[in-house]
Write a protein that binds this ligand. Structure first.
Ligand SMILES: Nc1nc2c(c(=O)[nH]1)N[C@H]1C(S)=C(S)[C@@H](COP(=O)(O)OP(=O)(O)OC[C@H]3O[C@@H](n4cnc5c(=O)[nH]c(N)nc54)[C@H](O)[C@@H]3O)O[C@H]1N2
Ligand SMILES: Nc1nc2c(c(=O)[nH]1)N[C@H]1C(S)=C(S)[C@@H](COP(=O)(O)OP(=O)(O)OC[C@H]3O[C@@H](n4cnc5c(=O)[nH]c(N)nc54)[C@H](O)[C@@H]3O)O[C@H]1N2
Ligand SMILES: [Mo]
Length: 804
């Protein structure tokens, strides 16, 4: 079988592939044939193109782009005087623009000094973030390869997306990476699934994106087809509008946030109490059912985890849970657990309970049955397209052992030398002197941003490569301007995507922006490691090398690939259609001895002797219910009575393109919208469109109220991604006004824009994973009295003349 040319000139992004429109008609391919590019359009064969892409063209040409290397004024002054610090000016001071030569000299000098004086263990290069699509100019890969060429760096493990899930699942069933590529395909669901019980919906707005690209968006169409085939959906969710199937097919059960585990345990318990559990499957494919059975039925602790028990915790009707347990056992049913649920205190339990419930029902490995983790989060899940290994940039070897679970960044900076638990071992935080970030926005993505801002004062130097003047660029000492996807050539690839794309540049870089690769190549050369970093290849030679490596593997896998020249000339290639249905864990089901899982027992572990042996009080050997530290059932709810959900934004990818017309059109009074139930608004005297203040003991932000009956009362939703806009006292703004209800004043500057992470809690999900637990957060809201302070997030920083 042959991969065929696409025959269009394309670029690609995490939210979709686009065709480049040129004056005098499309260049057809290769970009060089046509005139200057005029814009982008979505691919005609994408059934559900993402609206995010519509504003990308203008946003990448915004005045907010970083145009020249820039150095924080206070850092430059201290450096000139041979001092280090103070670092309290980060985020507050003006910048001085410098030449590339000087910038390279400063960064190389600092890297050399820190590594020389403190070793590579003093450099944090984890640099978490989604960067951009394109396999070569992938900033995170570039920064890791670069730092490895200098002798290594302190890295991160896992992700914000799936911190708890990635650590838990290999002990229990299979790796998250395996799951990402092997969920039942939508065709299989349409043919077989008749009841989908979802915890956290199936939001098509999230499936707009796919890491690395998303040329054909499947999820909305898949849900519509599934409903048409007669599938019913039950959605346990604090918000109604996150399951994008036709309304008539969806039953909404407005659950209290963070209590899904209790409901899943109850569904399993009721199944067992009624004798409807699949004894044969539990005996042949699982281990540890007896231990879990004793927990579910109360033999272990005297508490029966039945429907009445869960109904009191989750505030859902007990009879509905009993009926649902019966329906699930009698129908081809699927348990779907959104990733958001494990981004919470004890987040492991939601995933493990979901797998456990599916095991008790015994449909794992049958077409359309079992569990899903999850439909919705990204486009690739449920794609039936061919699974192809794509081109990769080798990252070299990192001889430094020290690492952090990704969301422990503030702990790392605040507590050098302190010990932490992770996945059965104890580790120690190293002492970080230099932070290097390219392709991520920690001042968007991390929890408790005021705490992170305090931790950020610790390192001697912070270097950031950025495209735009967002919060992380402003919090840096040295900012190097990076190009965007639209300004460079690359190869676009995503897992189970139908295309391998020859991405063509459509715009000239703004100002003096350079590719991350070019910046690192210069730095490496200056540090005497040029050859180690580039291996003598230019960007173009790397593209050819990466393509040829991948093409060889693809040809071996039975798909004949063209030469690099023909690949480029054809705009990329379409892979042959995959005609084999994808059924998750079908082989294991058919023969668990011939196809064992990679768990210690080779089976699904409902009791994990290994996890049990770690002895963690907050993550025992079987799925269990724990009260989160912050939830509507906790004492803190007396002072902060609203549960804050900070989900993924539908108008942008995290903080990327928050400055675009599409994202700005969704703001309320210029602020990020906070969704709240009309009843919660009424008791606070809040009207739709008001500017409100959200606060708790960690911080405060402004947002624009949007009232909606789609919210469970007591729950509010502020999506992530608004560019953090701290009103530092130095700007003449007031520190946060005293709360009206006499509660303790909020620490840290007021965020004028609406980034939920000034409110979220910075604590690991458990000792097992230390994953991000952003969804466990309580707040209070009040109407902002008086005029809202003007925002500064979408203004470039102040630049000073040299010595000024
Ligand atoms: N409260 C709360 N917080 C959350 C979450 C939540 O659910 N709730 N979700 C978490 C999750 S799942 C994730 S994945 C994270 C996402 O967090 P991030 O991945 O850090 O978010 P992005 O906004 O995608 O950041 C990417 C940054 O890279 C820059 N960039 C893009 N391309 C390039 C390039 O080629 N070169 C360089 N140098 N820079 C580039 C962009 O301008 C942008 O600033 O957020 C997490 N934070
Ligand atoms: N448009 C767009 N799409 C994205 C992203 C983006 O930034 N923009 N980010 C991408 C990334 S990096 C990731 S990791 C995925 C994340 O994918 P998810 O983690 O699945 O996405 P979220 O939107 O955070 O949450 C999904 C739903 O869970 C609900 N929810 C929250 N807490 C609870 C709870 O306690 N119980 C129940 N039952 N429901 C709850 C929320 O209301 C939300 O509707 O999305 C990806 N897709
Ligand atoms: Mo994520």
């Amino acid at each position: 079988m042959k991969a065929l040319p696409i025959g269009r000139e394309l670029t690609s992004s995490h939210w979709g592939a686009s065709e480049v429109i040129r004056d005098g008609g499309s260049g057809g391919h290769g970009g060089r044939a046509g005139g200057p590019a005029r814009g982008l359009r979505p691919l005609p064969d994408d059934p559900d193109p993402s609206p995010i892409g519509a504003a990308m063209w203008d946003a990448y040409q915004s005045p907010l782009r970083v145009r020249r290397p820039a150095v924080r004024a206070g850092w430059l002054e201290a450096h000139g005087q041979g001092r280090r610090g103070p670092h309290t000016g980060r985020g507050r001071e003006a910048f001085v623009e410098v030449s590339w030569d000087e910038a390279i000299e400063l960064v190389a000098g600092e890297l050399g000094r820190v590594i020389g004086e403190h070793g590579n263990e003093a450099v944090f290069g984890g640099s978490y973030g989604w960067s951009s699509a394109g396999r070569f100019h992938h900033a995170q890969s570039q920064v890791h390869r670069f730092l490895n060429s200098l002798g290594g760096y302190v890295r991160h493990v896992d992700s914000y997306s799936l911190g708890a899930g990635r650590v838990l699942l290999p002990h229990v069933v299979c790796t998250m990476d395996y799951l990402l590529g092997h969920h039942h395909s939508w065709d299989v669901l349409v043919a077989s699934t008749r009841l989908m019980v979802s915890f956290g919906g199936v939001p098509a707005k999230n499936a707009q994106v796919g890491s690395g690209g998303a040329s054909r968006h499947h999820t909305r169409g898949g849900l519509t087809r599934l409903a048409a085939a007669g599938c019913r959906f039950v959605n346990f969710s604090p918000v109604r509008d996150n399951l994008d199937a036709p309304d008539a097919s969806v039953e909404w059960i407005p659950i209290r946030p963070n209590t899904d585990t209790a409901v899943m345990l109850a569904l399993a318990c009721e199944t067992v109490l009624a004798g409807r559990h699949d004894r044969a499957f539990l005996a042949s494919h699982c281990v540890g059912f007896e231990r879990w059975h004793d927990y579910l039925t109360g033999r272990a602790d005297g508490i029966v985890k039945n429907a009445d028990w869960a109904a009191a915790i989750a505030q859902v009707p007990a009879q509905r849970l009993r009926d649902l347990a019966r329906e699930m056992a009698q129908t081809r049913s699927l348990v779907n657990v959104a990733w958001a649920l494990q981004r919470a205190d004890h987040g492991e339990q939601a995933f493990w309970s979901g797998v456990g419930l599916a095991a008790v029902l015994g449909q794992i490995g049958l077409p359309g049955g079992g569990f899903a983790l999850a439909y919705g989060p990204t486009n690739g899940i449920g794609s039936g397209d061919r699974l192809m290994g794509g081109p990769t940039l080798p990252q070299g070897r990192n001889p430094v052992d020290a690492f952090i679970p990704v969301a422990r960044i503030a702990d790392l900076l605040l507590s050098p030398g302190a010990e932490f638990d992770y996945n059965g071992k104890r580790h120690r935080y190293p002492d970080i002197r230099l932070v290097y970030w390219a392709g991520g926005n920690p001042f968007h993505h991390h929890q408790d941003l005021n705490r992170l801002a305090r931790a950020w004062q610790k390192p001697d130097t912070v270097v950031v490569h950025e495209q735009v003047w967002n919060a992380t660029a402003r919090m840096a000492d040295i900012v190097l301007p990076a190009t965007s996807t639209l300004e460079r050539e690359d190869i676009g690839h995503a897992s189970r995507d139908p295309y391998l794309i020859s991405m063509q540049p459509a715009l000239a870089p703004p100002g003096q922006a350079r590719d991350d690769f070019a910046i690192f190549a210069d730095l490496a050369a200056r540090l005497g490691r040029g050859e180690a970093f580039t291996e003598g290849r230019s960007a173009n030679q790397w593209l050819r090398w990466m393509y040829e490596q991948a093409a060889r593997g693809m040809t071996e896998a039975g798909v004949q690939m063209p030469s690099f020249e023909d690949f480029q000339a054809g705009g990329g290639v379409a892979f042959p259609v995959n005609d084999r249905p994808v059924v998750l864990l079908a082989d294991f089901r058919a023969d668990p001895l011939a196809h064992p899982l990679k768990t210690p027992s080779g089976r699904i572990e409902l009791f994990s002797a290994r996890i049990d042996s770690f002895g963690y009080a907050d993550c025992p050997g079987h799925p269990a219910w724990f009260e989160p530290t912050e939830w509507l059932g906790s004492a803190q709810a007396l002072r902060h009575p609203l549960h804050l959900i900070s989900d993924q934004p539908h108008t942008k990818l995290h903080s990327q393109l928050d400055h675009s017309a599409v994202s700005l059109a969704n703001k309320v009074a210029g602020r990020e919208p906070v969704m709240m139930h009309p009843a919660d608004a009424a008791v606070r005297g809040i009207a739709d469109g008001d500017v409100v203040r959200l606060f708790n003991d960690r911080g405060a932000c402004l947002a624009g109220a949007r009232l909606s009956e789609d919210m469970r009362p007591g729950v509010v939703k502020l999506s992530t991604g608004a560019w953090w806009d701290p009103a530092w006292a130095a700007e003449g703004a007031q520190d946060p006004p005293a709360p009206a209800d006499g509660a303790a004043p909020s620490p840290g500057p007021l965020d004028r824009h609406g980034n939920p992470n000034v409110l979220t809690r910075d604590a690991g999900a458990s000792s097992l994973s230390q994953g991000c637990s952003a969804q466990s957060c309580l707040v209070q809201i009040e109407r902002l009295a008086g005029e809202a302070p003007p925002m500064r997030a979408f203004e470039p920083p102040v630049f000073l003349a040299r010595g000024g």
